[in-house]
Each structure stands twice: as C-alpha cells, then as structure tokens.
Design a protein around this ligand. Structure first.
Ligand code: HEM
Length: 470
C-alpha cells in the first residue's frame, strides 16, 4: 500500500495546539472519542507543541501495544514525572523509557508481583492478606456505627501493610505517625499521577507550578527516607547471601550484588514503586464501595456469595475466590466503569500505525475509554452490571478487548496483587457490614482514584446468618 502520510486531525492553534478541545468534555478520553467521530479511529493532535496520535479501536490498540510494542516502548517526558523520581523519570518502572534495565527490573518483580496460583508466593499473599484483614477489621470496629466515617485512611493502611509485609516482611502500627504520613503521601502521589496538567504540555508554565513541583519533591523524598530507615536498613543488616531470599526486598538486595548494571538507587526506587502500588488498590476498593452504595443490590449479591461460601463460620480468603465469581466480577465491572487511563506510550523509532507514518517522539494515547464503554463493545455500557462478566455456567469471562491493565510488554506488573488484595478486603468488609452513604458518595468517570480526602461511608454491623456450607 502507498504510504498514507500523517493521520488526519484538528488544525492546531499556535503554542497551545489543540489543548482547548480536551477541556470541552469531562475527561480527555471522552474528548478523544468525540474527535474520533470526526477524524476517524486514528487521528493526530498537537498538545502544546507535542505531536500526539490517538488510537481508538481495538485493532489499532493491539498494533501499538502488541504487534509493534517494541516501537512504542517510550514514555512522555513530563517534568512532573522527573520530580517524583529523584529528578529522573527513568528511575520509575512505569514512567521510564524501555531499556535493558527495565527488562531486568520487570523480571525480578515478576515472581513476587505476579505470583502463580500454586506458588509459595501465592501462599504468602494469602497468609499476609488474611492476617492483615484481621487488624483492619479491629480498626474498623473501633469506628462509630450508623454515622458517616472516613474509612479511606484505614483501607489504605491495610493495603500498605499488606504490601510491606508481603514484599519486605515488615508492617506498621496504624497509630504510627510516620507510617500515617507516608501512606498519605503515597495517596497524594497516586491522585497526582491520575491528573492531567497543562504544564505537562506547556513547560513554559512551570514558574506558575513552582510550589506544586516542590510539594512533589518533598513527598517523594520523605517516602524514600522512610523506606530506607524503616525497611531497608534492617534487611541489609540481616541479609544472608547463602539462604534463599526471604522476600522481594532480599531478592532486590541480592540482585544488586550480582548485576553490575543495577545500582543502589535502582533498588530503592523499584521498592518504592511497588510499595506505592498499594494506593491503587485502596482507591479501587473505595471506588467499588461507592458503586455498592449506589447499587445496594450489588452488595446484597456479594453477601449472599460470602455467606454461602464461608457459612459465616470464618472470614473469606483467597482460596474462596474461585467459588465467588460474582464478587470478582464486581471488581472487573468497577474497573470497566472507572476506565483508568493507560499511561501514554511514545514512539522510540520512526514507525507506522495502520500505514500512517509516525515519527520518533510521537506520543500515543490509547483510548481505552472507548474499549470500556463503547456501544460497539458492550451491551448497556452505561449500566453497572457485574453479571456481564459471568458466563451462563457462572464462571468469570472477560472479553478480549477488555484490558484494564493494558497488554503487551509494558502491561501492569501488579495486576495479580490487585485482584488478590482488593478481593480479600472487599469480601471481609461486606461479610461484617452493610455499607451506605450520602449523595456525595461517587467516583469520577475516567479515574480509578478518589481524592485523598474523599466521601465518608456509614457502616452498619450485620448479623450474618450461619449457613451450613456442606
Ligand atoms: C487499580 C489498580 C491498577 C490498575 C487499574 C493498573 C493499571 C495499569 C495500567 C493501565 C498500566 C499501563 C500499561 C501500559 O502502559 O501499557 C500499568 C502499568 C504499571 N503498573 Fe499497574 N495498575 C494497578 C495497580 C498496580 C499495582 C498494585 C502495582 C504494583 C504492585 C502496579 C504496577 C505497575 C507497574 C510497575 C507498571 C509499569 C509497567 C511498565 O511500564 O513496564 N500497578 N498499570
């Protein structure tokens, strides 16, 4: 086929490009869907002076992420990203460009962050999850009942301890002031990463963001100090190179000795990145609870499943997940409706998409919003229907175009931990409590984050029936 040149797209304004077009919708991804109706499933758009391409259907998305994944392994060069990672975004696993180092970092992480069902690590995830939800429940039970309470900090602390216990064999008291502060900073950063800022594309606005950028540096510096003094120092002092690694932290420290391409900074940043993953799970749990408040029948169906599986003689655990497909499908439906954006990719070479030429450096937005809520892909996409993920036989089935964790070489490393820990927190909470709330209980479209200070929830203790689970 003859080369098609650049993809069509709106004519940019000087300096601002087409940034103004994104402001006309609730989320940039809704704006992309609207523009695709005019310009087609692949179009060009300048954001500030950055040349970008947006791909809007599953075939094009597969071409970028899988078939040509090697050509699109870069990430945007936003100043914010540098600020969060010690001045260099290549310290970050999610925001770095593709490299040999990234390949190594992903492979060290795989055993721990994507534990196989029958592995020792999976057993450890289950044990840590079960222990931590007991502490979590004890904290929740201290809260006043039948009145709105701020449960997000408690959910986040439970998630943080699940991560630090699993990855670093260390956990913290919920009353520990330093721990509380660090959990809050991680959550601020998660919220921050989920926002788009004009300064990302208009770097000359930087002077106006001076205070903001300093805040980012402060949060990340304090987190790093905490991880060093409260986690790593002790591991280094007790590391035994002749024994197998006790956890992910040991594995990283041992790798440092063996691999001349890894340095001390890489280890700290990798650990920080992974521990930070807990905020994503805490926020996902909050977004799921918001859906349960809005659709009480969803909570009732989850409870029916928990009561049947546990007989209410014990708390739910990860080995119950296979027998609780409805509860799992609620999490998938939450991820679909939340439609969390895929981090933009960047072309690392001159290449093509669908015959259109894409010069090196072009930023590529993957419009997964369309995949998650488009009428061509889903029946009644606006409704919250977890059943859509259940087969007639009652098993969880996900359509291939549903990729909330993306796909290809930069796919999310934490997805299995997300599925494990969010399941166990949600099932434990709903076994013991009815959850309700006021009109402010809502999640934003196109975002799996809720603000650090978010809605409160009313927890009413249940007296679950004891059911024979024979
Ligand atoms: C609600 C939960 C989460 C969602 C929806 C989510 C989704 C995603 C998505 C869409 C990407 C981008 C993939 C791409 O660019 O093609 C990503 C990357 C990534 N995620 Fe997650 N994620 C979640 C939680 C986590 C957790 C808990 C961890 C850590 C344990 C984690 C670690 C990562 C890493 C390291 C990357 C970067 C991979 C790379 O660029 O090579 N994520 N995630």
């Amino acid at each position: 086929d003859a080369p098609k040149g650049s993809p069509p797209g709106p004519k940019p304004l000087p300096v601002f490009g087409s940034l103004h077009l994104l402001g006309q919708h609730d989320t940039p991804f809704e704006a992309f869907t609207a523009l695709s109706k005019t310009y087609g499933d692949i179009f060009s758009i300048s954001l500030g002076t950055t040349p970008c391409v947006v791909v809007n259907n599953f075939d094009l998305i597969k071409e970028v992420l899988i078939t040509k994944g090697g050509d699109f392994g870069g990430r945007p060069d936003f100043l914010r990203f540098h600020k969060l990672f010690g001045g260099d975004r290549n310290n970050s696993l999610a925001l770095c460009d593709w490299s040999e180092l990234q390949k190594t970092r992903r492979s060290i992480a795989r055993t721990y962050c994507s534990p196989r069902f029958t592995s020792l690590q999976f057993d450890s995830v289950n044990r840590v999850g079960a222990e931590e939800v007991n502490t979590f429940l004890a904290e929740i039970q201290k809260l006043p009942i039948n009145t709105p309470v701020d449960i997000k900090p408690i959910v986040l602390k439970a998630c943080a301890n699940m991560f630090t216990q699993y990855m670093c064999s260390t956990s913290f008291s919920y009353n520990d002031k330093e721990f509380q502060k660090i959990v809050r900073y991680f959550d601020e950063i998660f919220w921050e990463i989920n926002q788009g800022y004009a300064v990302d594309f208009l770097p000359w606005l930087l002077p106006f963001y001076h205070g903001h950028m300093n805040k980012l540096t402060k949060w990340s510096t304090e987190i790093r100090q905490f991880i060093l003094s409260r986690i790593i120092d002790n591991h280094r002092a007790t590391l035994d190179f002749n024994s197998p690694p006790r956890d992910f932290t040991d594995a990283l420290l041992m790798h440092l000795e063996e691999d001349p391409n890894m340095n001390w900074e890489h280890i700290i940043f990798e650990l920080e990145d992974f521990i930070g993953g807990h905020s994503a799970i805490g926020n996902l749990v909050m977004v799921t609870l918001a859906a349960i408040v809005k659709y009480p029948e969803v909570g009732d169906s989850i409870r029916k499943e928990i009561d049947a599986v546990t007989g209410n003689m014990r708390g739910p655990n990860l080995f119950d997940k296979a027998a609780m497909p409805y509860t799992e499908s609620v999490l998938w439906e939450t991820l679909r409706k939340a439609s969390s954006p895929i981090v933009p990719h960047v072309a690392s070479v001159d290449t093509e998409i669908c015959g259109f030429s894409i010069p090196k450096g072009t930023m590529v937005f993957i419009n997964n919003y369309e995949l998650n809520v488009g009428k061509e892909y889903w029946n009644k996409p606006d409704e919250f229907l977890p059943e859509r993920f259940l087969s007639p036989a009652g098993n969880v089935v996900k359509p291939t175009h549903f990729i909330p964790f993306s796909t290809g070489k930069r796919t999310c490393i934490g997805q299995r931990l997300v599925q494990c820990f969010s399941f166990v927190i949600l099932a434990t909470l709903l076994q013991k409590f009815d959850v309700s709330g006021g009109d402010d209980v809502a999640a934003r479209p196109g975002c799996v984050a809720v603000p650090p200070d978010c809605f409160k929830l009313i927890l009413t203790p249940r007296n679950p029936p004891v059911i024979s689970s024979d």
